[in-house]
Design a protein around this ligand. Structure first.
Ligand code: NDP
Ligand code: KPL
Length: 338
């Protein structure tokens, strides 16, 4: 890692603006590769980074470099990849063309395939996997809100990239089993689709046992597919993935007491997939439930609920009317997608 050179965020939206902004507040030189609309927003309002604990940080537009031109990678020491999974290949090509050969590339994306896609196109460069456990919502007018707790995990390396990138308020932990951590996150991300289909904030959804049971049933399918493939998912919380379906099915009072001890989640929290449907964007469903279905197919495991949820998300994407507000019963069957 080249520490005296800028950290360039490749594709700054919710995660990229929050993480890049926190690093800049922490005194790092940060540059954001952004779309013109995000550039205009930050130039006009600056960045306001708010947190579930009520704290906030302000940053003027002049405290970061902003550009829609990939030549912004030219002096990067570190590149943080924060585009949606479908854009990974394109952004990798831009990094390959413009970033120095010795820049360290860190994927902060969900899903389990982005690092392989980056390594394929960035042969010979140092590409590290990462996992962001917390949720960030783009609230508009330059405000990015972190609505749940947790530290970022970064694949352990000799240069200790995780420690070098940590600043007050944004801790990155080195992980020796980042593949397990990414599969563990994928299991949690199966709820993204339920949050998008329900149009409910995450806290309200998790407060409902009916929604938790649906999440647990989907998670059980995913865990069965992983077990058949010999994959051991690792949790970012003290609760092992194999216990999570049982925990989700518990009565509200017991569940709330355990959740309250393991993570903070505020009423604003909404999954990134909910944000995608809300804005009429294509979702990452193929990289989340899609990864489970592919694994299940290869290992002879049946995952009907995951298939049904993919169909419902595809239907919502094509309808282009935002989150369809389905009930758990409609999602389980008898709803619009056959
Ligand atoms: N939001 C969250 O709470 C969390 C998200 N994640 C993961 O992090 C990743 C990023 O998610 P999120 O921040 O929500 O996504 P966003 O869509 O908010 O941000 C990605 C941004 O990158 C832009 N972009 C894509 N390609 C380029 C390019 N070549 N040049 C410049 N800009 C580009 C997109 O623009 P455009 O839309 O115009 O293509 C968009 O503005 C995903 O894998 C997600 O699953 C992980 C944990 C939590
Ligand atoms: C909400 C969270 C943090 C977990 O599902 C997430 O990863 C996302 O929104 O994509």
């Amino acid at each position: 890692m080249v520490t005296d050179r800028p950290i360039v965020v490749a594709g700054a939206g919710a995660i990229g603006c929050f993480v890049g902004g926190m690093l800049a507040v922490g005194g790092r030189r940060v540059a954001l590769l952004v779309r013109p609309r995000v550039k205009t927003e930050i130039e006009r309002f600056g960045l306001l980074l708010t947190d579930f604990d009520g704290s906030e940080k302000k940053l003027g537009a002049g405290q970061l470099a902003l550009s829609e031109d990939p030549s912004i990678f030219h002096s990067a020491g570190t590149v943080l990849v924060t585009v949606k999974s479908a854009d990974t290949a394109d952004v990798a090509d831009q990094i390959a063309q413009h970033a120095p050969q010795d820049a360290v590339i860190v994927s902060l994306q969900n899903g389990v395939g982005n690092v392989a896609a980056l390594r394929d196109r960035l042969g010979g460069r140092c590409v590290l996997a990462g996992m962001v456990p917390f949720n960030v919502i783009a609230m508009g007018e330059g405000r990015f809100h972190r609505s749940t707790s947790g530290d970022i995990h970064v694949e352990a390396d000799e240069a200790n990239t995780a420690a070098v990138l940590s600043v007050p308020g944004l801790t990155m932990r080195a992980s020796r089993d980042i593949t397990g951590v990414q599969w563990g996150k994928l299991i949690i991300n199966l709820n993204n689709a339920l949050s998008a289909l329900s149009d409910m904030p995450l806290a309200a959804q998790l407060a409902s046992r009916e929604w938790r049971r649906l999440f647990a049933d989907q998670m059980a399918e995913g865990l069965a597919a992983m077990k058949a493939a010999g994959i051991t998912p690792v949790s970012a919380t003290p609760i092992p993935p194999r216990w999570t379906p049982t925990l989700l099915r518990l009565p509200d009072t017991v569940f709330n007491a355990i959740l309250g001890r393991t993570m903070k989640i505020d009423p604003e929290a909404r999954s990134s997939m909910w944000q995608d449907l809300k804005l009429g964007r294509k979702t990452e469903i193929d990289y989340l439930q899609g990864a489970i279905i592919a694994l299940a197919e290869r290992n002879g495991v049946d995952v009907p609920l995951s298939r049904r949820i993919v169909a419902l998300i595809r239907e919502a994407e094509s309808a282009g009317k935002g989150p369809p507000r389905l009930t758990p019963q409609q999602i389980r069957g008898g709803g619009p997608a056959g």
